[in-house]
Design a protein around this ligand. Structure first.
Ligand code: NAD
Length: 413
């Protein structure tokens, strides 16, 4: 098929590259001239495992010019949908829909891949004057290519059978189950899924708080045993500093506001947001208590990306920890294998970061922060991602999310 992709961020670029890999003719459009130029030189605007290899094959046409989409059979909208002032901001989506309406053939189909509140795709159909399909994206940064090749399910929401069939055929190569739904169901499935995962994370984080207040208790043990129950499952039961990134924080806010405007309170989702907002402060309090004050103390933060295997720092909890520490007069030095920040002085090696500081906070679960117990000797340590083995740490100078503040827990349950 001839496929257009509007918006060449994490979702749009991966979609474009994977579909090109499957022999479709793909044209990618973005309003960001700089990004388009980088892509034309086979350079990725972000770090994502495997993306450089796909780019090197260079099969996608990149442009800022919508008229290049004049011949496509379907065009994805994969532009950003930020939450502004607690509400979803849809101008990018409608601007893309309007531009598509000016260039697409009459029988072309517009496919909304951006995460949008229910009712948006229907409006995209009106604005573009084309048939519309909602095909929400579930990929995870850091595993984006694999998730696009092998999604758990493909959701195709449409009121036009043939338009839905076209999108279904496009993803046939994945072999994944396809679920046909209404437009609004497809849009809501995405929010319901992200909100549920956010609730799961906040739930285990509250259990972690309780573990800290009990003797001989480790949330890692509690979570592992909970997860053995197939009704619960082990995924997203990892206690930590909380969820960040470009999706969960904005999507939970957007859907709870959207629901409230329709007279429905999503109390569980709102609670998950509140629990999450308290995570960085709690971590800093724990560190302050252990160190007996933070003013003038130098603290190393290991990890600023919102999760490992990405350089994305959007809504990263690490950044909020840094801001809170600096607000308390601490001096912060940062290391991350991929991500960059201006929030604090950044150094190029993990060991330098540790060496320069009196205390270390592990804020992202990068593989290279595992097994470093020995190099942390003599430092105060706060393990915000549970990557260290507590039995190898001196408990007078060590705190970890979900680990008893007192007692003899070894963490090796
Ligand atoms: P992003 O910010 O990385 O990229 C969006 C791109 O859209 C940018 O390059 C921007 O320049 C471009 N753009 C904005 N307005 C445009 C317009 N009118 N015409 C053409 N290009 C335009 O965003 P992302 O992370 O790829 O997310 C895109 C959508 O997918 C969002 O709705 C997001 O919620 C959803 N989503 C993201 C992820 C993820 O992990 N990043 C996962 C699932 C769903």
């Amino acid at each position: 098929m001839r496929v257009g992709v509007v918006g060449l961020g994490y979702v749009g670029l991966i979609t474009a590259l994977v579909l090109a890999e499957k022999e479709h003719v793909v044209v990618g459009v973005d309003v960001d001239q700089g990004k388009v130029e980088e892509l034309r030189c086979n350079r990725s605007p972000f770090y994502e495992p495997g993306v450089e290899d796909l780019l090197a094959k260079n099969r996608v046409t990149y442009t800022t010019d919508y008229s290049a989409l004049g011949e496509v059979d379907l065009a994805f909208i994969a532009v950003s949908t930020p939450t502004v002032g607690g509400k979803i901001y849809l101008d990018h989506v409608f601007s893309a829909a309007k531009s598509l309406g000016e260039v697409l053939r009459r029988e072309a189909v517009v496919v909304v891949k951006s995460t949008v509140v229910p009712g948006t795709a229907r409006k995209v159909g009106e604005v573009s004057g084309r048939r519309v399909v909602s095909n929400p994206e579930f990929l995870r940064e850091g595993n984006a290519i694999n998730d696009t090749l092998h999604p758990d399910r493909v959701v195709v929401g449409s009121s036009d059978r043939e338009a839905g069939d076209r999108v279904e055929r496009l993803w046939e190569f994945t072999g994944s189950p396809v679920v046909r739904t209404s437009l609004e169901e497809a849009e809501l499935v995405k929010y319901a899924s992200n909100s549920f995962l956010a609730v799961k994370v906040s739930f285990i984080n509250e259990m972690a708080n309780l573990c800290e207040a009990l003797p001989d208790c480790d949330v890692e043990v509690v979570a592992r045993v909970m997860g053995m129950d197939r009704r619960i499952a082990p995924y997203f039961l990892k206690a930590g500093l909380g969820f960040g990134g470009s999706c969960f924080p904005k999507d939970t806010l957007a859907i709870s506001n959207f629901a409230r405007e329709r007279g429905e309170d999503l109390r569980l989702v709102e609670a998950a947001i509140q629990v999450n907002q308290l995570r960085p402060t709690r971590a800093v309090e724990s560190l302050r208590e252990m160190m007996g004050g933070l003013t003038g103390r130098r603290i190393c933060i290991l990890g600023v990306a919102f999760k490992p295997e990405t350089d994305d720092t959007r809504e990263s909890v690490a950044l909020r920890v840094i801001q809170t520490l600096r607000g308390e007069g601490a001096e912060v030095v940062v290391y991350d294998p991929r991500a960059r920040t201006r929030e604090a002085r950044q150094v190029d090696s993990r060991d330098q970061c540790i060496r320069e500081a009196e205390a270390v906070v592990i804020a992202t679960e990068w593989g290279e922060f595992r097994g470093i117990e020995d190099s942390l000797r003599g430092k105060f340590v706060y393990d915000g991602r549970r990557v260290l083995d507590p039995s190898r740490m001196d408990r007078r100078y060590f705190r970890a999310v979900g680990l008893s503040r007192s007692g003899s827990t070894s963490g090796q349950g």
